[in-house]
Design a protein around this ligand. Structure first.
Ligand code: GRF
Length: 188
């Protein structure tokens, strides 16, 4: 199955997908909303990448259409939002709805949004984790596909806790994508 990955940051989740490529899926392109460090790894592998900063477009709607077009050019079976910090709009969802997967560093529905790790720490939870879910029009909503729990340890700060979550999140994302692509139809 052909996968397009979307990222905004360091791209450790994308790197995990690139490392795990196997018969079940191959990453065919990586897109970003900014010149993100995470684009280095796919570029080193010679994979196509595309960058679509929101500010380059007159409004959100035209950015969303441009993103849908850029993704479609690579004919993906699945789109994976791996630390992509923008809501995917109606043009993307209309084109790929039901085939867009997001990963989130908390046990949704707890702690949605861009500060999940910080919010979990502030709430004083003893256990948090990661969620992989199908993307719908909401923010970190959509049907949950898989979750894994991660302990919050005494003295954790946001960085240490997030790194611990990301270790589990990487495995969760790869395993979920393998199960999605090996069981579902779609271009092998
Ligand atoms: C991941 O925890 C993702 O769930 C969150 O931001 C992090 C991205 O990490 N949105 P990276 O850019 O893949 O290293």
């Amino acid at each position: 199955a052909r996968v397009v990955v979307l990222l905004s940051g360091t791209g450790s989740l994308c790197a995990a997908l690139l490392a795990a490529q196997q018969t079940a899926f191959t990453v065919v392109a990586v897109g970003a909303d900014r010149e993100a460090p995470g684009l280095a790894a796919p570029r080193e592998l010679g994979l196509p990448t595309f960058v679509l900063p929101l500010r380059d477009h007159p409004d959100r709607g035209s950015w969303d259409v441009a993103l849908a077009t850029a993704i479609a050019a690579h004919e993906p079976d699945w789109v994976v939002s791996a630390g992509f910090m923008k809501l995917l709009g109606p043009a993307v969802l209309a084109r790929f709805g039901g085939r867009v997967v997001n990963t989130h560093p908390a046990l949704l529905p707890a702690f949605p949004g861009a500060h999940a790790v910080r919010d979990a720490l502030a709430a004083g939870v003893r256990t948090t984790g990661a969620t992989v879910h199908l993307v719908d029009e909401g923010l970190d909503t959509g049907p949950v596909l898989a979750q894994t729990s991660v302990p919050v340890l005494p003295g954790d700060d946001e960085t240490h806790l997030h790194e611990r979550i990301k270790v589990a999140e990487r495995t969760l994302l790869v395993d979920t994508l393998v199960s999605l692509t090996s069981s579902r139809s779609g271009t092998p």
